[in-house]
Design a protein around this ligand. Structure first.
Ligand SMILES: NC(=O)c1ccc[n+]([C@@H]2O[C@H](COP(=O)([O-])OP(=O)(O)OC[C@H]3O[C@@H](n4cnc5c(N)ncnc54)[C@H](OP(=O)(O)O)[C@@H]3O)[C@@H](O)[C@H]2O)c1
Length: 329
């Protein structure tokens, strides 16, 4: 099969190769997927670059956790009826050497989730990490129907996923952006209130819009930078879900008294550590959201597999708004 891979960590152009590798075969409990679309996430870049000093997990890695395609073979213990199923894939490369940046990938059967007929492979490839992370941030502490949510950085992949899922679930959603182009993405995702974090005073706008009550949940992309703002915006007994750190050694200066007086819960979310039952619940919720036609993330760029290094560089630039996709053909 044709695949992208790297044998050492480094810059995209220096280490990513594209070539012919042996077709993988599914083992017990696994399925093989003919990948139609793969997508790039920051986690793929960090693994490739050796972020935080993390070493190569395997001697050779086919990158990318997320993708979508068609099951074309199943291993022992998996029903033959799954052959031909359209699926979206999550965590293809978690604890395994072979991700979705290839014509075929093999994953544990539960990581290949049926893709509703009304949903394209492109959207399927956007789900994985952003959608599962956003779901955990929003729902780990209970239902959000009728609640108020603030999504910091709503034009990011996780941020947009959070807006889409929160709106689908019946919440009121405010979000922050930094550029007019980002506002379009947040608006298309359904945000009720869009706040420019460069020019607006976020707490003033949020408090006015919520009648002084504040928001029940904050989905936070940069806790260290935004903790003061978050504490001004959060409602009493609210939850701040933090899923990212700007750098590996980041420390957060948490004003303990302010947090205590509002009885705030600060939850940290790491998608790979979400408990199995919560992940199952998230997959079911995402399926319902997809069936309702309510999951439409922005797609920024598409690259052929041969140009995977350019796809990684595009994601790394931070300039694109929306998901970067890679296709094997
Ligand atoms: N914990 C987990 O399990 C998990 C899961 C997924 C992703 N992540 C991490 O989360 C981060 C974002 O991932 P992503 O895929 O969503 O990336 P992305 O698509 O590049 O989005 C990042 C967004 O965050 C915004 N942003 C940056 N600093 C901000 C700030 N101080 N306040 C508000 N918004 C800010 C950016 O806007 P500007 O362009 O205006 O800066 C951008 O829209 C990455 O570091 C990734 O590794 C962690």
């Amino acid at each position: 099969m044709k695949a992208a891979f790297y044998d050492r960590q480094g810059n995209a152009k220096d280490v990513l190769q594209v070539g012919a590798l042996a077709d993988p075969a599914p083992g017990p409990g696994e399925v093989r997927v003919f990948v139609r679309v793969s997508s790039v996430n920051p986690t793929d870049l960090k693994a490739r670059a050796g972020y935080g000093g993390a070493p190569m997990a395997f001697p050779r890695i086919i990158p990318h956790q997320d993708g979508a395609g068609i099951i074309d073979a199943v291993g022992e213990g998996v029903s033959e009826t799954r052959v031909g199923e359209r699926v979206w894939i999550y965590e293809a490369q978690a604890g395994r050497p072979s991700g979705t940046a290839a014509q075929y990938t093999v994953v544990p059967a539960e990581r290949a989730v049926p893709l509703p007929d009304n949903v394209s492979f492109e959207i399927g490839a956007c789900l994985g990490i952003p959608a599962l992370t956003a779901h955990r941030c929003l729902f780990a502490d209970g239902d959000i129907r009728g609640k108020r949510v603030l999504v910091q950085g709503g034009a990011g992949a996780v941020g947009t996923a959070a807006i889409l899922l929160a709106k689908w679930a019946g919440a009121w959603v405010a979000t922050t952006i930094s550029r007019p182009e980002q506002a379009d993405v947040a608006r298309n995702a359904g945000a009720d209130l869009i706040i420019n974090r460069r020019t607006d005073d976020i707490p003033t706008v949020v408090m006015m819009a919520t009648g002084g009550g504040g928001v029940d949940r904050i989905v936070e992309v940069d806790l260290a930078a935004n903790i003061q703002t978050d504490l001004s915006c959060i409602a009493t007994n609210g939850v701040i879900s933090s899923y990212a750190a700007a750098d590996a050694k980041e420390a957060v200066a948490l004003p303990a008294l302010r947090a205590m007086l509002k009885a705030v819960l600060v939850r940290f979310v790491f998608v790979y550590s979400v408990p199995g039952d919560a992940k199952k619940t998230a997959v079911e919720a995402l399926t319902a959201c997809l069936q309702a036609g309510a999951y439409n993330p922005a797609i920024a760029a598409r690259y052929p597999l041969d140009q995977i290094a350019a796809a990684h560089e595009a994601q790394e630039s931070g300039k694109l708004i929306g998901k970067v996709l890679v296709t094997a053909e």
